[in-house]
Design a protein around this ligand. Structure first.
Ligand code: NAI
Length: 485
């Protein structure tokens, strides 16, 4: 191992690493080899209590600091993350199996962007003044209190920062639970935040499976829950949060459409389909896994797609030239192989890939099915792997109805040279995050999130502030107060 992968301890609470080996051991597996590279322990009830108690105790003092002071710490953490991007990216590659070519530009750097953006915004968070004749109302933008963040395994560093940065900027404290599949990187984020000057207890990380997440969500000390995960987990977490009338952000799964019209630039459309299906080996929530291609250009599109896929460099994720890594786990690989078999059985035409790669670890080929129909399971269910379904269409109205005929609504994309069609289609998409002639960009400046079953709330951008703060209005009467008796 070039870099150490075993963390100092399983949890980071109150500004320090904390261990409790009585919790269930969680082996951390390097997906490229199947090798155990670290072991952490799930949080026990005592650890959960310790983390929440510290987060509660630290909150008032953190909120009392000026936004400028809070923001400075977040921005300093962003700088440290950028300085250590290389080693953080290597750790992220060990944790997830994603190629270093990706982690070095899309994970720690994206986390740093969030800390820098919300750090910059912290000093600008204000209420407003509302004049009512002589009287007036002023509003105060106040923190929610203790926030719980729960992460998925595909972007562990990014998710830890995308949730932590706006929460902390608004004066909240956080207990973050990474996915049990990728527990390493969030600990580094906690360590760096404290190195940057964060007071103890403001950002804590504890490990564990669904039970630990469940215990956090139902604890009465928690005011807000932000989950990135699947729709079934979202339903459970949302329901548990509802019982305590807690605020929620739900970043859930998708089965997003990409529409490629007959006038599209085919090379760009193929690039969009590649970025929207095979980045992170297809393990991206917003992926456009239903690619509707106009019948007139379908064969040309498929031919060019196959040629481009042959250029994917599959193999050791640490090598800089590798552009396609393994699935995160044996379990995920088996789930995806199951869908590939279903696609074949349902009569879809296998155009590319469709098998394991002859390599240790959990590698699958990038896979493309054509002649997919709307009712096939591979066109309806989120696969969360490198499996693209290509469907045909001829009429805009018809393809819009089919694109929207899903319970999900995370993302959607359109490729066309026709300006008015592009905007008409974007307006018609039932999805929170839409793209015209591009796919899967997620800059911190833009709101990100889903509609329908794909989510509630928005991450990133100014929009996130509304989900990590609440308004208090204060009515001020200037004259005498009359009452009926
Ligand atoms: N919309 C978005 O921003 C994103 C959504 N995702 C979605 O995440 C899913 C893949 O990630 P997974 O880790 O497999 O998702 P998952 O839903 O299995 O787990 C997500 C997290 O929830 C925790 N959890 C599970 N049961 C829980 C419970 N009852 N109470 C509280 N916490 C619980 C897990 O331990 C994990 O940390 C996909 O559906 C994907 O689309 C992934 C990345 C981004």
């Amino acid at each position: 191992m070039t870099y150490p992968t075993q963390p100092t301890a399983s949890h980071f609470i109150n500004g320090a690493y904390v261990e409790d080996t009585s919790g269930t051991p969680i082996p951390v597996i390097y997906p490229a080899t199947g090798e155990v590279i670290a072991t952490v322990h799930a949080a026990t009830p005592e650890i959960i209590d310790q983390a929440l108690s510290c987060a509660c105790a630290a909150q008032a003092e953190w909120a009392a600091m000026s936004g400028t002071e809070r923001g400075r710490i977040l921005r300093r953490a962003a700088d440290i993350i950028r300085e250590r991007n290389h080693e953080l990216s290597i750790l992220e590659t060990y944790d997830t199996g994603k190629p270093y070519q990706e982690t070095s530009v899309a994970d720690a750097t994206s986390g740093a962007d969030a800390l820098e953006y919300f750090g910059g915004m912290a000093a600008t968070l204000t209420g407003e003044h509302i004049q009512l004749g002589e009287d007036w109302v002023y509003t105060r933008r106040e923190p929610l209190g203790v926030c719980v963040g729960i992460g998925a395994w595909n972007y562990p560093t990014q998710i830890a920062c995308w949730k932590g940065a706006p929460a902390l900027a608004c004066g909240n404290t956080m207990v973050f639970k990474p996915s049990e599949t990728t527990p390493l990187c969030a600990l580094k984020i906690a360590e760096i935040l404290h190195e940057a000057g964060l007071p103890a207890g403001v950002y804590n990380v504890i490990q564990g499976m669904g039970e630990v997440g469940g215990a956090l969500v139902s604890d009465p000390r928690v005011d807000k829950v932000s989950l990135t995960g699947s729709v079934p987990t979202g339903r459970k977490v949302y329901a548990a949060a509802a019982a305590g009338i807690k605020h929620v952000t739900m970043e859930l799964g998708g089965k997003s459409p990409i529409l490629v019209f007959e006038d599209a630039d085919i090379e760009n459309a193929v690039s969009g389909a590649i970025l929207g299906n095979f980045y992170s080996s297809g393990q991206v929530c917003s992926n456009g896994t239903r690619v509707f291609v106009h019948a007139d250009i379908k064969e040309a599109f498929l031919k060019r797609l196959s040629e481009r896929l042959a250029g994917a460099v599959i193999g050791d994720p640490m090598q800089p030239e590798t552009s396609f890594g393994p699935m995160v786990s044996q379990r995920q690989m088996d789930i995806v192989l199951g869908y590939i078999e279903k696609g074949k059985a349902e009569g879809a035409r296998l155009v590319y890939g469709g098998a394991r790669v002859d390599h240790e670890g959990f590698f699958l080929q990038p896979t493309v099915f054509a002649d997919v129909t709307d009712d096939m399971m591979i066109a309806r269910e989120e696969i969360f792997g490198p499996v693209m379904a290509v469907l045909d269409f001829t009429e805009e109205a018809d393809v819009m109805a089919r694109a929207n005929d899903t319970e999900f609504g995370l993302a959607a994309g359109v490729f066309t040279r026709d300006l008015s069609r592009a905007h008409r289609v974007a307006a018609g998409f039932e999805a929170g995050t839409c793209y015209i002639n591009t796919y899967n960009d997620a800059p911190v400046e833009a709101p990100f999130g889903g509609s329908k079953a794909s989510g509630v709330g928005r991450e990133n951008s100014k929009a996130a502030i509304a989900h990590y703060s609440q308004l208090k209005s204060v009515y001020v009467r200037m004259g005498d107060l009359e009452a009926p008796f």
